[in-house]
Design a protein around this ligand. Sequence first.
Ligand code: ATP
Ligand code: MG
Length: 785
Amino acid sequence: MTASTDFLAQLNPSQRHAVEHFCGPLLVVAGAGSGKTRALTYRIANLVLTHRVDPENILAVTFTNKAAREMKERIDVLFAEQEAQANYGKPLSALSARDLTQLKSKIYKTLTKHLWIGTFHALCARILRFDIEKYQHPNGYRWTRSFSIFDESDAQSLVKAIVTQALNLDDKKFNPRSVRYAISNAKNQNLTPDDFEREQPNYRGRVIADVYRRYQQSLAENNALDFDDLILVPVHLFQQNEQVLGYWHKRFRHILVDEYQDTNRTQYDLIRLLVTNGEAIDRFNDWQHRSVFVVGDADQSIYSFRAADFTILMNFQDDFGDRLPDDDTRTMVKLEENYRSTANILEVANHLIENNTERIDKVLRATRGEGESIFCYRADDETAEADFIVAQIRNLEFQHPELRWSDFAILYRTNAQSRAFEEVLTRYSIPYQVVGGLRFYDRREIKDVLAYLRVIANPADSVSLKRVINVPKRGVGKSTLEKLENAAQTLGGVPLWEILTDETSVKTLAGRSAKGVIAFTQLIKTYRDRLDSAKGSEILQDLLDASGYVEALKTEGTDEAYERLGNVQELYNAILQFEEENEETSLLAFLANASLASDLDSVDESGNMVSLMTLHSSKGLEFPVVFLVGLEQGLFPNFRSLEDPAATEEERRLCYVGITRAKERLFISYARERRLYGSREPASPSLFLAELPTDHITTNVGLGLPQRMTTPMRETRRKQAAAAKPGSGAHEFDWNVGDQVVHNAFGSGEVTHIFGAGNKICLAIKFPGLGRKIIDPKLSTLQRL
Ligand code: ATP
Ligand code: MG
């Protein structure tokens, strides 16, 4: 073994095979915690260190920015370890502080910095900063390389403005969030506003089509793209311009994708174009020089609501492969050992996921000891659930000195569930962070300052311009702004900036307003002139003073104003850090980074805090102690999924993701009654509880878990379900709307709705005085009268 491959010893033989496989397509499919991400990370290091691949030729796609950062750090260390051996003949830990600093700086400059590792969005934004000016939109819209990225809240504001102002409609009927969702869906199915309109059978649909058309036009007028465009535009650009595609195809010889099961069609098209240069795979003959390496787990596919499609993972070998019928191993590697969780935790996870029908069976063996048994807690209500969990956290932290607060995670289905936990954690002064709360970049003052920077970088960004032209107050009130906007419209939708800088237009304004407008445009122009020569951090620092923004906050003088001031200071720190860490340090690059920062990025790793997050946010992460809470029908699995077996399977995958985040200890809990979204309702236990293996679980209700089945019972049920012809329905499943029933806890009621079929059936039952409950007849004692 040469010095440069020492680190391969930290992998098992299958991982090692995946890492050492040099060119061609390779798919790694494996269960949770089997070291897929580790294999991907080590593969990048190995490409550079062993095969001497230029880091510029590598493109790695991660699911979050945070994962990208962690991967870069890990690779940096792998590089450093090898270089320490090669240059100094000693391990990294034996280097003097000076040598270490020197080595790290050299490695960063020559290697790590040139790797393109990031999310689809971040990588696409980077490609577009080179090439967007070559893109031909069918309607003739143009973008320049200083385009703004509108994040979800910007996009929704734009939709709202179109609904309420341009179309004069009620935004309660046309809720901006759901209209934006419909538009996003249409875009991701590659439907133009015209295509979309043709598919609409009713008034509402046609209105949405109209909003979509205006929205797209408005984005273009603002020289802006939304998150969907960030991926769609490169795909269209690559399809229409051979030279552009050829350049990136040549550049990215080695492409790696983590969490491939959550890739959607557009993202897949992008990868495929980059790999094949748009050629058909049977005519493509460049595999000697390139690779495409994807890792994933179909059982962890949890983003179908964002059009992710795990059949893309299943089709990988046919899509890219010169697959031989009898030899899968050239294009596929399976990892079968789990390094993350104790055997008990793994057993529970494996058992649960076997209830899904849409899956490929796979092996996942524990490599760690049996561990503690899983504890399942039934609480009276959500407050008791939070009390119990916080008591566990306090106990464990007290009894196990090696555990820190940051070793605990509470995972829930919906954000609204965090409140009860926050209250109890606060009461005991336990530090915590809610991942997925208000993003740093969504705070008002941060949006204001970023809007200034965006106007400086992109004069056409009228949305940002309107946000700050009168912040702090410059006498440019609402009516002045309307007047200016009308003028812009009359001139055929020119950017507001052009009107503001047009002397004749400004002269028509009242004295005070005109003065304000001139002061504002002068300010922006000063910095725009410095865009090429000054760093973003310098521009920001001067701007904060010159704009009067900081002054206004100081004058306000309230606690809140000082907090905002602190956040603005933090933004300055963020830009400094960005300039230190990145190859591309322009203000444009920083602004893209800020628009794409996800809520997960605000996780403070240095902080020693309990993490609270949704199950979706927990993907790819791991914690020594995990609390999986709120396992109740209608909550988890959630209400909407009860009617749809495929959606229930996705909820089950989400549960599998949650369980497999745990390394040492897992607690599962549910409440008998819950106040959620205002009303207090009795709750019934999640159907997933009955699917867990009893012999690995301890409960606070003895074996009295409602209708919990022992393993043999479960087997019988599975066999019955498998034998039952679809629709024939065994006697116990034969329910009808209107049936009168008696439930052991809620008393008598009437069946009002039936969800699902066969063994997935759930009933909506109206209980006089209690309201409607969703009941799984297999889990409750239910008698038909
Ligand atoms: P997920 O499906 O949840 O994304 P994964 O398959 O990507 O999981 P990793 O996160 O790469 O798994 O690895 C899980 C844990 O196991 C990590 O702590 C990792 O460091 C450790 N691990 C992976 N491979 C090995 C190995 N060969 N030896 C020891 N530990 C390993
Ligand atoms: Mg992973």
